[in-house]
Design a protein around this ligand. Structure first.
Ligand SMILES: Cc1ncc(C[n+]2csc(CCOP(=O)(O)OP(=O)(O)O)c2C)c(N)n1
Ligand SMILES: [Mg+2]
Length: 660
C-alpha cells in the first residue's frame, strides 16, 4: 500500500483543521462529524477506495456516499486534499457562501466527486443500495468493466430513520457484497446521547437483514484497516461499526452534542490546534502532508489505466460507453410501434397502456431497470422480456422491491446517479407520499427516474378514500424540475413514456388510471407536432361559436369531451384542451398558451382531485371542477356521479356562467 501508516495521523488532522476552520469562517456548519470520522475516512481513501481525482467520471470508480450529509466538510476536505480540480481552497474558504460549490450539504450537481445529494438523513445509504444494484447489474452484462464497491459513511441518524430498514432489507436480500457502510458510532445526535431515544442493537438488526457486521476503534488506524479489509472480503454487504468520538481533537468539546452543529469558537479552535499539534494557519496544509494526500492518486491512476486498456479491448466498448453516457439507443423502433396505434381504437386503462408501451420499450432500451413496490400486477410494470433481478441473477432487469416505497425511490435515485441504468418503479399514486422526499431528491439531483404511479384518482373505486388520491397530483406539481404526466388514453400514455425517457435531467411521474379509458385520439401525428409534447393541446375545436374552453387531464378528458358534446348540441361551442403535463405547457411560449386558453373566454378545468392551483389556467372567473374532499368506497361510476364529475352535472354550471 502506498502510504506509511505513521503518516496517516497528520493526514487525518488536515481534515480536522480544514473542517473546524471552514465552519468557523462560515459561522455555521457541522464540525463534529468530520473531526470524528477523519481517521476512518483517511484509511478508506488511503488504502481501499478506488478513485482517480483527475477523472471523477470514471465509470468503474468506487462510489463514496456521505450519507451523513451534514458532515459535508469531511467530503470537501477529502476531495480537495486528494487533488480533485474542485473544490479549491478558495471554494472551501467560502464554505456555505453564495456561489461556492461547497454548499451546506453536498450537492451532486455542484461538485464532481459528490456522488449524491445528501442531508435528508437515511437517504444517502438508501441511494447507495441503488448504486450497488446498478453496479452488479452492469457487472453481469459487462464483466470487469464494472467491478467496483460502494462505500457509505452514515451516522446514528441515518441508521435510525425508517428508510434504513427498507434499504438494508433490500440490500441484504440481494446479497450486495460490494456495499459497505461505515457507521459513525459516536452515540451522539443533536439532542444529546443516543440513550435518550434508542436502545436498539443495531448490528443485530443488520445481521438479521442478512448483513455481515464488524466493529473497530474508529481512532486506531490499524484496527480500522483490519475492519475495512474484513468488510471488503465479506460475501455479504457489511456494516462496520466505527466507535468514534464526535469532534475528536477538540479538547473540551469532543464527545458532546455541542460540537454537532455549531462552530467550535476561537478559543476551542486554538486549544484543538495545540492538542493535535497543528501549527499551520487556517486553510493552509503543510506541503509534506498535502504531498501524502496527493500521492494517493497514483494507485487510482494505475487502476484507471488498466481499466481503459480493458475497455479498449472489449467488444462491448461501444455499448458500455453508450449506456454510461445516458444516451438512448439510436433509432426509434418503439416510436414506430406507438404511432401505429393511432390507426386503432383501443379502450384500455392507462396503466395497461403503460405496460403495452413497456413491452415495446424494454426490447429496445436495455437501460431500463423496472420494478414495483409489491404491486407488479396492479402497476403493470413488468415487461414480458424482463427477468427478475435477484441475488442469483443480477442480469435481470426487473426488481421486486417488496413493500418499500421510499426505499425503492431512493434506490432508483442511486441507480440513476450511478449511471448505466434508467430506473422506473411503480406503486399506487396515493403512496407517492411515502416516497415523496426521494421524489424531491430525484428532481433536485436532476436524475432520470420514472415513477409509474397507478390508481390515480377516485376512479380506482371500491378501495375507498385511503387509496384514492385527492391532493397528490396537484401537490407533486409543486416540486420543481419534476414532470407530472397524466395521460388521457393509450396514445398520450405512449407520448408521455417517450417524453419521460427524453429528459435525462428531469424525473417524471406517470399518473395512470386503474379504470379503462377510451382512446380519444386517432389519426394525426404522434410524438411530435402539437400533442403531449407541448404539455397541452387542443384535442377538439369548437363547432359552434366558442363559448367555453374545457381543460382536463387523464380520465377526465373523456368527461370533458362528453360535456363539450352536450354544449354543442345546445348551440354553445366548446374547445377541449387535454393537458397531460402542466410543466411542459408552462414552458411553451406565450402565444401558444394564449391561443389554447384565450383570455376573453370562459375556461373550465376538470380533474378528479384538488382544485387548488387550476385558477392559474382558468382564472378567477373560470370554473374548477374537481374534488376538495376525501372520496368514498364505491364503484367508480357511482363515485363520479356522486361527486359531480359527469357531463350532466357540469353542463348546467357552465350554462349558468355563460348566461350571466
Ligand atoms: C430526515 C432528517 N431529519 C432530521 C434532520 C436534521 N438533522 C441533521 S443531523 C441530525 C442528527 C444526526 O445525528 P447523527 O447522524 O448521529 O450525526 P452526528 O451528530 O453524530 O454528527 C439531525 C436530526 C435531517 N438532516 N434529516
Ligand atoms: Mg451520531
Amino acid at each position: 500500500m502506498s502510504v506509511d501508516p505513521a503518516r496517516l495521523a497528520p493526514m487525518a488532522d488536515a481534515i480536522r483543521a480544514l473542517s473546524m476552520d471552514a465552519v468557523q469562517a462560515a459561522n455555521s456548519g457541522h464540525p463534529g462529524m468530520p473531526m470524528g470520522m477523519a481517521d476512518v475516512a483517511t484509511v478508506l481513501f488511503a488504502k481501499f477506495l478506488k478513485f482517480d481525482p483527475a477523472r471523477p467520471d470514471w465509470a468503474d470508480r468506487d462510489r463514496f456516499v456521505l450519507s451523513a450529509g451534514h458532515g459535508s466538510m469531511l467530503l470537501y476536505s477529502l476531495l480537495h486534499l486528494t487533488g480533485y480540480a474542485r473544490p479549491t481552497m478558495d471554494d472551501i474558504r467560502n464554505f456555505r457562501q453564495m456561489g461556492s460549490p461547497c454548499a451546506g450539504h453536498p450537492e451532486n450537481f455542484l461538485l464532481e466527486g459528490v456522488e449524491a445529494t445528501t442531508g435528508p438523513l437515511g437517504q444517502g445509504l438508501a441511494m447507495a443500495v441503488g448504486m450497488a444494484m446498478a453496479e452488479r447489474h452492469l457487472n453481469a452484462e459487462f464483466g470487469d468493466l464494472a467491478n467496483h464497491r460502494t462505500w457509505v459513511v452514515a451516522g446514528d441518524g441515518c441508521l435510525m430513520e425508517g428508510i434504513n430498514h427498507e434499504a438494508i432489507g433490500l440490500a441484504g436480500h440481494l446479497k450486495l457484497d460490494c456495499l459497505n457502510v461505515l457507521w459513525d458510532d459516536n452515540r451522539i445526535t443533536i439532542d444529546g446521547g443516543t440513550e435518550l431515544s434508542t436502545s436498539e442493537d443495531i448490528p443485530a438488526r443488520y445481521r438479521a437483514a442478512g448483513w455481515h457486521t464488524v466493529s473497530c476503534d474508529g481512532h486506531d488506524f490499524a484496527d480500522i484497516e483490519r475492519a475495512l479489509a474484513e468488510a471488503a472480503a465479506s460475501p455479504q454487504p457489511t456494516l462496520v461499526a466505527c466507535r468514534t468520538v464526535i469532534g475528536k481533537g477538540a479538547p473540551n468539546m469532543a464527545g458532546s452534542h455541542s460540537v454537532h452543529g455549531s462552530p467550535l469558537g476561537d478559543d476551542e479552535i486554538a486549544a484543538t490546534r495545540d492538542a493535535i499539534g497543528w501549527t499551520s494557519a487556517p486553510f493552509e496544509v503543510p506541503d509534506d502532508i498535502l504531498g501524502d494526500w496527493r500521492s494517493l492518486a497514483h494507485r487510482g491512476e494505475a487502476e484507471h489505466a488498466a481499466w481503459t486498456a480493458r475497455l479498449n479491448n472489449s467488444p462491448a466498448k461501444t455499448e458500455f460507453e453508450r449506456r454510461m453516457s445516458g444516451e438512448l439507443p439510436a433509432g426509434n423502433e418503439a416510436g414506430k410501434v406507438f404511432t401505429s396505434w393511432l390507426d386503432e381504437n383501443q379502450t384500455v386503462a392507462t396503466r395497461k397502456a403503460s405496460e403495452m408501451c413497456l413491452n415495446v420499450l424494454a426490447q429496445h432500451v436495455p437501460d431500463l431497470m423496472g420494478g414495483s413496490a409489491d404491486l407488479t400486477g396492479s402497476n403493470n410494470t413488468r415487461a414480458k422480456c424482463q427477468e427478475a433481478f435477484s441475488a442469483d441473477n443480477y442480469g435481470g432487469s426487473y426488481v421486486y422491491y417488496g413493500i418499500r416505497e421510499f426505499g425503492m425511490a431512493a434506490a432508483m435515485n442511486g441507480m440513476a446517479l450511478h449511471g448505466g441504468a434508467i430506473p422506473y418503479g411503480g406503486t399506487f399514486l396515493i403512496f407517492s407520499d411515502y416516497c415523496r422526499n426521494a421524489i424531491r431528491l430525484s428532481a433536485l439531483q436532476q436524475t432520470r427516474v420514472i415513477y409509474v404511479m397507478t390508481h390515480d384518482s377516485i376512479g380506482l373505486g371500491e378501495d375507498g378514500p385511503t387509496h384514492q388520491p385527492i391532493e397528490q397530483v396537484m401537490s407533486l406539481r409543486l416540486i420543481p424540475n419534476l414532470n407530472v404526466f397524466r395521460p388521457a388514453d393509450i396514445i398520450e400514455t405512449a407520448e408521455c413514456w417517450h417524453l419521460a425517457l427524453q429528459t435525462p435531467e428531469t424525473p417524471s411521474v406517470l399518473c395512470l388510471s386503474r379504470q379503462n379509458l377510451k382512446q380519444v385520439r386517432n389519426g394525426g401525428e404522434m410524438l411530435c407536432g402539437v400533442s403531449s409534447i407541448r404539455g397541452a393541446y387542443r384535442l377538439k375545436a369548437a363547432d359552434a361559436a366558442r363559448k367555453v374552453v374545457l381543460v382536463a387531464t387523464g380520465s377526465e378528458v373523456e368527461i370533458a369531451l362528453d360535456t363539450a358534446a352536450e354544449l354543442e348540441a345546445q348551440g354553445f361551442g366548446a374547445d377541449v384542451v387535454s393537458m397531460p403535463c402542466m410543466e411542459l405547457f408552462a414552458a411553451q411560449d406565450a402565444a401558444y398558451r394564449a391561443d389554447l386558453l384565450p383570455a376573453d373566454t370562459l375556461k373550465v378545468s376538470i380533474e378528479a382531485g384538488a382544485t387548488l392551483g387550476w385558477e392559474r389556467y382558468v382564472g378567477n372567473d373560470g370554473l374548477t371542477i374537481g374534488l376538495d374532499r376525501f372520496g368514498a368506497s364505491a364503484p367508480a361510476k357511482q363515485l363520479y356521479e356522486r361527486f359531480g364529475l359527469t357531463a350532466k352535472a357540469i353542463v348546467p354550471q357552465i350554462l349558468e356562467k355563460i348566461k350571466n
